[in-house]
Every structure is written in structure tokens, then in C-alpha cells.
Design a protein around this ligand. Structure first.
Ligand code: PLP
Length: 721
């Protein structure tokens, strides 16, 4: 079992019966249901039969039910229908509502459709979000108060991110006496909850096939008898003139096969079984990540959804970790996953910032079986162990990992470095950010490191350095921070010794008066310079800041060039562009930095570093590329435990310690392409771009990440390092 798919609220696989039904229709029953010959009649019969099954599953005795391309189309049709009616009421009857209401946790398709059609139809109605409580449920008192002035009210049956089930009875009661039309988004409820659409008086209810084991591109819309209706698509009169366009027969019969299976009760587990599965997953998560919090009360949620956050662990880290273990979950909602925005749903519930930003959603399908849930629980526990083994878990497990010389933590572009000597176990932290205090403290303890100093590349002036908080809890070689200057450098010390490594301070006034770089020597060789913001676009500092010393910038840069030369690796205090390391030569190539100007960018956009899987195979035939896996240690550990290792060998250089290998690659034999790989292709692209920028033209990133890595037999052995 390679892949455990726990992202059913985003989409589901297609049930085998549904695949078979779609194939059969494409192969032999391909007629157009509008044709009057036998082929058409056969298709028409299948169409009618599916509609009947859908009506039975939804418990409908009246109203219209027609097929759409999905819920987003159903929502548009419903909103257009309702808003045209509101315009009619205004123009013909002279009564206009004030507002359109939607639940604050609604899927984006709903508020966006309201905005769109409100503008297109020139209604100019106020669009207001119905507040929800911390349990994710609508504020019914608020709704009751506002229902009298509302023209349309949109409330989902169950939430896609949290699984919170709406109190539709309570909403119906709150709307009692109001003339508002009512749309209930039934997408996440289909197959999981019984909806009493007719009894509640719901006007419109859209559904989507791909959330319930049917293919993408098929959905349904229920419209109450007597509810206002306007077609979104006009044309040949299909679907009883409600929705024109030749029907998507493959999608319709596939959905029909799923609904029949649901109706028969085979393949789909009952609610109690699903709740038991969820309890097992909950327990596994709590074992794996002590301190984990669930973001919605499970007893109010669909029995198939868990939304949680782990203090100190970002959603990105957790997604990478789970993915390495072959467990597919998502961060927040699928639509916002690419942007890594805080979840609007959790924000609306008033959850703390950290929870809204680090939320992970785990959702399984109602057709899942016990073996998959067992394996999922095993892998989730393995993920917790992997974090612990790499000293990153919420609980330090006391493993004695040998630290790399430089490890980087990045929080919102601010870089914090841990410089450690694996032999003497002495270390220094540079530019600590508050968010890194806890993980670094755990790490120091776990790797049994003694803290020699906590340094800043500049005094902060407007806020306090986080150094004290870390020093307070760590084994420290320092007596008291009072013995140090504001930037943490020990008074009277010429250097700090970390085994065979030495760290020296070099004042570089400019960004601030006290800006300082730290030079890290290995014996006599200068390895790295921690330059803070001396060579970044922020080099000149904030003009209004009293700390800034802009006139000193150019002199400081000349001094830096004279002492470290053009090719020493400089590690920045901020890295919004993900360049990791730079050199003065690289900086001068992109902007007139040494003349005191700001950096001019444009390089990144110009050059692509992406290599497709087929280009990788081709590359192999003329060169012998080296594969480098930049995933973190805990990801590789999780892969190993789950038995989901890469099919090919690759050098392992986690991105957090990537800078330690940069000089070696720069000095490596010319003409050997370096191909970086990671889960999604993002981190590997950052690695490849960094090396390109430092003058290695043959640095590449496997496009689309490991999912696109050709299997063992497809990548000849010579790809191996
Ligand atoms: N409504 C909800 C609650 C959803 O979860 C989704 C899909 O994520 C949609 C609407 C949109 O559905 P479709 O993808 O069929 O357009």
C-alpha cells in the first residue's frame, strides 16, 4: 500500500463501478439522449434512471433535479436565479431587500458568486457574512435579527475544511417569516448526512460528484418547486430547458453507479463505523504529536473530517512529513493550499493566529475500509517518531544527532542560523527570531549542545532580541547576558571558539549603526560570513530609523570586499527570494551594490531551472547527473518507516543544511549536472536557483517533485551519484 489518501474533502478517487459505468457508456451506449433513435433512447433511459436514483438518495418527492458540471455551476445558477427574482421584486413590486447573507465559513464559490451576480445584475445589495461561533456553527440569533432584510441566505450543510455540520433546523427556524430565498450547499453532506431539503423549505441545493467517488465535471442542482429559476446556460433545451448543452453521459452514469451503491448500502460505511475510524485516527495523531489541538469539536463534525494544528509545527512541515510517509492530507482548503494563506474558515471561528496558519485537514471517504485506516494510524505514529528522531518533535526524545556546521531556520523570510561543532558540541545562534526559540531550545537539548553565544547581526532598537529567552532555558557557556554588548558578542573576546572553528566579529555600520558580520573560519580557511542585511535590498535600513547609518554603507561594503573577497559565501539575515547564500560577485552581477545602490533583481524570472522527468532521462544519456534529495531528515525517516522510499538513490542534503554543501558543489567537476529533487519541486527549485546564481549552470530541479521521478527501472543506474 503505497499511498494513503486522506484528502477526500478535496476530491475522491473514482469508485470502480463508476469507472466501469463511464467506460461502458463511452464504448457502447454513447448515444445522445436527445436523439430519437435507439441509441439516443438507450442514453435517455440511463439519464432518467440516474435522476431517479439521485432523487431517491436525496429523499425528493418534488422539485427539479438536473445535472450540472459541478457545484460551482450549481451555485452560479442558484445565485443568478435568486438575484434575478430580487431584481424583479424591486422593479415590479417595489420591494427590495437590503442584503445577501452567506455563512462566514462558506466555500469561496458562494461569496464570489454573490459578488459577481450582484455586480452583473446591477443590484448593489449589501453582501454580509453570517458570523459563526468558535464551534464553527452559524450565529442563529444574528441570523434571525437580519433575516427580515435579507433577499438570499446561503448556508452550507457541512464545512469542507472543518467538517462542522450546520444546524439546518435552527437556520430554518431563524428564517421563519422571512421572504429570503435559501441556498444550502450540500457538497460535503452528500452520502454522509440525510438532508431534509423539502421539509426544511430549501430553495436551492448544489451537489458535486467528485467529492463522492464520481469523476470531476459532474454535479447536480436541486431547485424547489416554485422557487424562482433562470437558466445559466441557454441553448438546445436539454435537461427540461433548465440547463442547455449535450449531457455529460459518462459523468452522469458514473455518478449514478455511486448513488446506487450508496442506496444499496454496499461499499459505504455507516456513520458509527466512520466515527470509530475517526476516533482511531484522532488517537494516532495525539500519540504522534503531543500538544496537538483539534480546530473544531469532533462531535459537531462529519465523522470523516479532522482539522488540527500542532504548536510549533507549520502546516508546510506537516504536509511534507505526511507526504513522505505516503499519507496525503491538505493544509487548510485545497483552493488556498498553493498560497499557504491562513484559513478564512478558522479565522471566522475566531481561532488564534497560529492555529489558523498551521491547520492541517485530514478527511477520508465514506467508502474507506478498516485496513487503510489501520495503516494510516501506523504511518501517522511513524511521522511523530521521525520528528522526534530528528530532534524536531514537540517532545525532544534525547537522540544524539550529530549537528551540521550550519543549520538555517527561516520564519517569514528572516533567517536564523545555528552554528554548531559536532565534536566539541559547542554552538552559537545568530539572529534568533521569536518563533525559532522553542524549536532551537528543543534541538539544543536533544543534540546536547552547549550554547556559547546568541548573536545578532544588528541591535534591534525597536524590539528586544530573543536571545535572553533562549539563554534562560539552555545549557550556556555564558555567565549572564549582561556581560555582552547589545548584539550578544562576549565583552573583550577577540573570537568565539567552537572546537576547530572560530567566529570573529566584523563591524559593518550601514543598515544600523551597530550592524556586525560574523566570519566563520575552519582553521585558517574562511567558510562563511553571516552578513545580516549588509548586502540585501534592506541594506540601507529604514530612513526614519534612528538606528540607520546610511552614509557608512558604501565604506562597509568596501571593507567587507577587502576582507572576505568576492567569492566567500555570505549568509543573509533576510532571504525573501530564497537565495540561501550569496557572494559579492553574485551580488555585483545583479546590481551596482558596491556603489551603494539597492539590488536589482530579475535573474530569477529569466532563467528556468526546471527539468521534466523525460528531460532527466534524456540528460542521462549524454551526461551522468547527480541526484540530490533536499527533503529534511524527518521526511526521509518517515519514508523509510512507511516503506515509501525513492525508487532511486540520491545524495541526501536537507535544505535546512544545504549551505554546507554549496562550496563543495561549486568546486565539483564541471559538466556534471546536479538535479535536485523534493516533494513538490519548490524546494529543489530554490536549491537549483541558488547554485545557478553562484555560477553553476548545470543545476536543475525535477519539475513537479518526486511524484514525477521516474521509477528505478526508468532511471538507469548511472543517474546515481
Ligand atoms: N462547495 C463546497 C463545500 C466544496 O467543498 C466545493 C469543492 O471544494 C465546492 C462547493 C465546489 O465544488 P465543485 O468542485 O464541484 O465546483
Amino acid at each position: 500500500m503505497q499511498e494513503i489518501y486522506l484528502d477526500a474533502n478535496a476530491t475522491t478517487p473514482v469508485l470502480p463501478q463508476a469507472q466501469a459505468a463511464a467506460l461502458a457508456v463511452m464504448a457502447s451506449a454513447f448515444g445522445n439522449p436527445s436523439s430519437v433513435h435507439s441509441s439516443g433512447l438507450k442514453a435517455r433511459a440511463l439519464l432518467d434512471q440516474t435522476r431517479l436514483t439521485a432523487r431517491r438518495v436525496l429523499g425528493l418527492n418534488s422539485g427539479q433535479l438536473f445535472f450540472t458540471s459541478g457545484a460551482t455551476e450549481g451555485i452560479q445558477t442558484a445565485v443568478l436565479s435568486a438575484l434575478r427574482e430580487l431584481r424583479r421584486r424591486r422593479d415590479v413590486e417595489g420591494r427590495a431587500p437590503d442584503s445577501l447573507l452567506y455563512g462566514a465559513t462558506e466555500h469561496k464559490a458562494v461569496p464570489e458568486a454573490l459578488k459577481h451576480w450582484n455586480a452583473v445584475l446591477g443590484l448593489g445589495l449589501e453582501i454580509e457574512a453570517i458570523p459563526v461561533g468558535t464551534d464553527g456553527r452559524h450565529d442563529l440569533a444574528w441570523l434571525q435579527e437580519h433575516a427580515g432584510h435579507a433577499g438570499l441566505v446561503c448556508t452550507m450543510a457541512a464545512n469542507n475544511e472543518t467538517g462542522v455540520i450546520s444546524d439546518l433546523d435552527g437556520i430554518a427556524a431563524a428564517l421563519g417569516g422571512s421572504t429570503a430565498l435559501w441556498l444550502v450547499d450540500g457538497v460535503q453532506a452528500l452520502g454522509k448526512l440525510a438532508l431534509k431539503l423539502e421539509a426544511l423549505g430549501v430553495d436551492y441545493a448544489p451537489f458535486s460528484g467528485h467529492k463522492l467517488y464520481a469523476p470531476k465535471g459532474i454535479g447536480m442542482l436541486y431547485v424547489r418547486d416554485g422557487a424562482p429559476f433562470t437558466s445559466l446556460i441557454a441553448g438546445g433545451g436539454q435537461e427540461g430547458f433548465l440547463r442547455a448543452g449535450t449531457e455529460n453521459m459518462a459523468g452522469i452514469v458514473a455518478l449514478g453507479a455511486v448513488l446506487e451503491s450508496l442506496d444499496r448500502g454496499d461499499h459505504f460505511a455507516d456513520r458509527a463505523t466512520l466515527a470509530a475510524y475517526r476516533s482511531r485516527l484522532e488517537a494516532a495523531l495525539l500519540d504522534a504529536f503531543p500538544g496537538l489541538v483539534f480546530n473544531a469539536p469532533p462531535e459537531l463534525c462529519l465523522p470523516t473530517t479532522l482539522n488540527f494544528s500542532v504548536p510549533g509545527l507549520s502546516a508546510k512541515l506537516l504536509l511534507n512529513l505526511f507526504d513522505a510517509a505516503g499519507v496525503r492530507v491538505s493544509g487548510g482548503s485545497a483552493c488556498s493550499a498553493a498560497e499557504a494563506l491562513p484559513s478564512h474558515v478558522l479565522q471566522a471561528m475566531g481561532l488564534p493566529d497560529w492555529q489558523t496558519k498551521s491547520a492541517v485537514r485530514l478527511s477520508f471517504g465514506a467508502a474507506e475500509d478498516a485496513a487503510v485506516i489501520d495503516e494510516a494510524c501506523r504511518r501517522l505514529r511513524a511521522c511523530g517518531e521521525s520528528l522526534g528522531a530528528s530532534c524536531l518533535g514537540p517532545v525532544a526524545l534525547g537522540h544524539e544527532a550529530a549537528p551540521e556546521l550550519v543549520t538555517r531556520f527561516v520564519v517569514g523570510g528572516a533567517c536564523c542560523y545555528l552554528v554548531a561543532d559536532a565534536v566539541s558540541r559547542r554552538c552559537v545562534v545568530i539572529d534568533l527570531v521569536p518563533e525559532a526559540i522553542d524549536p532551537i531550545a528543543r534541538w539544543l537539548k536533544c543534540c546536547q549542545l552547549t550554547l556559547a553565544a546568541v548573536l545578532d547581526t544588528r541591535g534591534h532598537g525597536d524590539y528586544e532580541s530573543s536571545a535572553r529567552a533562549l539563554l534562560a532555558g539552555a545549557t550556556s557557556a555564558l555567565r549572564e547576558t549582561g556581560d555582552t554588548y547589545a548584539i550578544g558578542w562576549p565583552e573583550h573576546a577577540t573570537h568565539i571558539e567552537l572546537g576547530r572553528f572560530r567566529l570573529r566579529a566584523l563591524p559593518l555600520p550601514g543598515h544600523t549603526v551597530d550592524a556586525t558580520a560574523y566570519l566563520l573560519h575552519d582553521g585558517d580557511a574562511l567558510q562563511f560570513v553571516f552578513v545580516g542585511d549588509a548586502v540585501s535590498p534592506e541594506a540601507l535600513g529604514r530612513r526614519e530609523s534612528q538606528q540607520s547609518e546610511q552614509r557608512a554603507c558604501a565604506g562597509s561594503l568596501r571593507k567587507l570586499a577587502a576582507i572576505v573577497g568576492r567569492h566567500t559565501l555570505l549568509l543573509p539575515g533576510h532571504d525573501h527570494d530564497d537565495y540561501f547564500a550569496t557572494t559579492l560577485a553574485a551580488e555585483m552581477a545583479v546590481g551596482p551594490l558596491l556603489a551603494g545602490g539597492a539590488r536589482l533583481e530579475g535573474w530569477a524570472a529569466a532563467e528556468s531551472v526546471e527539468l521534466t522527468a523525460s528531460a532527466l532521462a534524456k540528460l542521462h544519456s549524454c551526461a551522468k547527473p547527480r541526484l540530490v534529495d533536499v527533503r529534511e531528515r524527518y521526511e526521509r525517516h518517515a519514508s523509510a518507516v512507511a516503506g515509501t522510499t525513492l525508487g532511486v538513490e540520491a545524495e541526501a542534503v536537507p535544505l535546512s543544511v544545504f549551505v554546507n554543501s554549496v562550496s563543495r558543489w561549486c568546486a565539483g567537476p564541471a559538466g556534471v549536472p546536479l538535479v535536485f529533487v523534493c516533494r513538490s519541486g519548490n524546494r529543489s527549485a530554490q536549491a537549483a536557483r541558488t547554485l545557478r546564481r553562484l555560477g553553476i549552470p548545470e543545476a536543475w530541479s525535477l519539475a513537479g517533485g518526486l511524484a514525477n521521478l521516474p521509477a528505478d527501472d526508468a532511471v538507469p543506474a548511472a543517474v546515481l551519484p
